[in-house]
Write a new protein. Structure first.
Length: 74
């Protein structure tokens, strides 16, 4: 049976202040809602550079990885 991992980014509610941008996290979760990996996305960046490093520590053999529409430069 193949394992399925979903990758998605979320902004931490309430983390934005007058002097700081909101904290954005990128997470990898299995379909049992267990977070397998998580890291903060650099404030002057987007999710794309964080995608591969997020998965580096995971065993991806026999795994399908899905991701929502990762945002990049327009």
């Amino acid at each position: 049976m193949r394992r399925v991992i979903s990758v998605d980014g979320k902004v931490v509610r309430g983390s934005r202040t007058k002097t700081a941008t909101a904290i954005q996290l990128l997470m990898a979760m299995d379909h049992h809602s267990v977070v397998l990996a998580q890291q903060q996305v650099a404030s002057k960046s987007n999710e794309i550079p964080s995608f591969a490093p997020l998965l580096d520590g995971l065993d991806l053999q026999n795994t399908v990885v899905t991701a929502d529409a990762l945002t990049g430069p327009v």
